[in-house]
Design a protein around this ligand. Structure first.
Ligand code: PPE
Length: 311
């Protein structure tokens, strides 16, 4: 269960956790009009640090722009709000959920008479697919549900409504005994999991679906591309036929919540030797060293949170 913190940021002010409420007739409840983010803050030896805060803030603004929502905050203001929130809640590590939604005002599909509300909440959140997933890998299936088709809901926006599709994928996987489902795109190529991007390794090369395959432009995905390049592991974007999953040497997921998680079987077909593969392990180790501040931050990916000095 979610462990509440003291405060939530709302339109530039800190409010009590229990006061972060919306009206049942807010536009978002009927029509799904929200965009959001998921961001992690890690404990490092020099204090808490938010991973790729600017890129997450930028994606929130991009998602809002796609849906004609004018957010009155800049990237810097959103990053500052996140760092202050960690301080105010006195946390060492956490997961943030920034949300911009269309609130209470009018009813009807046209949303322009409804105010835009921006919230940022955070809390301590552990491993997304269970503690063992990171080392042992997870068993997944290909979903019978298709990912959002182009020209339906735009996949580059991280919109609340997209997660109705994700829920169908995730619930189906869950009731059939799988940790996660992988959706194919409208043309039948591999797209992504309900809440994570996907990578396939074969013959020492890493392959991940292109943005045109209805994937979220994952910030972890981008991090992995840069890690692979720095480790000299070939990595390309390309269309992945479903059966490539079955004959892959390794498959892994990426995402803020899931971090880098190996997939050990797809549709009960064992991938590689049925455990975390060597390339997955190298990428995973490099990822954790970066987010935990154990290697120099060459890219400027960590935003330090200065803790209040006790007086
Ligand atoms: N695809 C989807 C559909 C997705 O939801 C996420 C993040 C990703 C890819 C990876 O994106 P990124 O986090 O930028 O690397 N999913 C978020 C929310 C999951 C949830 O259950 O809620 C997350 O990982 O924070």
């Amino acid at each position: 269960m979610l462990k509440p913190t003291a405060k939530i940021w709302h339109n530039g002010k800190f409010i009590q956790w229990d006061d972060a409420k919306i009206h049942v007739l807010a536009h978002v409840t009927s029509y799904g009009s929200s965009v959001f983010e998921g961001v992690r803050c890690y404990e490092t030896k020099s204090g808490p640090a938010i991973f790729r805060a600017r890129e997450h803030a930028r994606r929130l603004l991009d998602s809002a722009k796609i849906y004609r929502m004018d957010l009155p905050y800049s990237i810097d203001q959103l990053v500052d709000a996140m760092t202050e929130l960690v301080r105010v809640n006195d946390l060492t590590s956490c997961y943030f959920r920034p949300i911009a939604l269309r609130g209470y005002g009018d009813v009807g599909v046209l949303p322009f008479n409804n105010p835009i509300e921006v919230y940022i909440a955070c809390w301590e959140w552990g491993k997304y697919l269970g503690d063992e997933a990171i080392t042992q890998g997870v068993d997944v299936c290909v979903s019978s549900w298709t990912r959002l088709a182009p020209n339906t809901l735009p996949a580059l926006a991280k919109a609340g409504a997209n997660y109705m599709n994700s829920q169908l994928i995730r619930m189906e996987a869950h009731v059939n005994g799988y940790a996660e489902g992988i959706a194919l795109d409208n043309a039948g190529y591999v797209s992504e999991g309900s809440g994570e991007n996907i990578f396939v390794v074969r013959d020492g090369k890493i392959l991940t679906p292109p943005l045109g395959a209805s994937v979220l432009p994952g910030i972890t995905r981008d991090t992995i591309v840069q890690i692979a390049e720095s480790l000299g592991i070939p990595i390309v974007e390309g269309l992945i036929p479903r059966e490539m999953l079955y004959i892959a040497d390794e498959v892994f997921f990426s995402g803020t919540a899931v971090e880098v998680t190996p997939v050990r079987s797809v549709d009960r077909i064992v991938i590689g030797n049925g455990s975390r593969g060597p390339i997955t392990e190298r990428i995973q180790r490099a990822y954790f060293e970066i987010v935990n501040g154990q290697t120099p931050d060459r890219h400027g990916w960590l935003t330090p949170v200065q803790q209040a000095v006790a007086v």
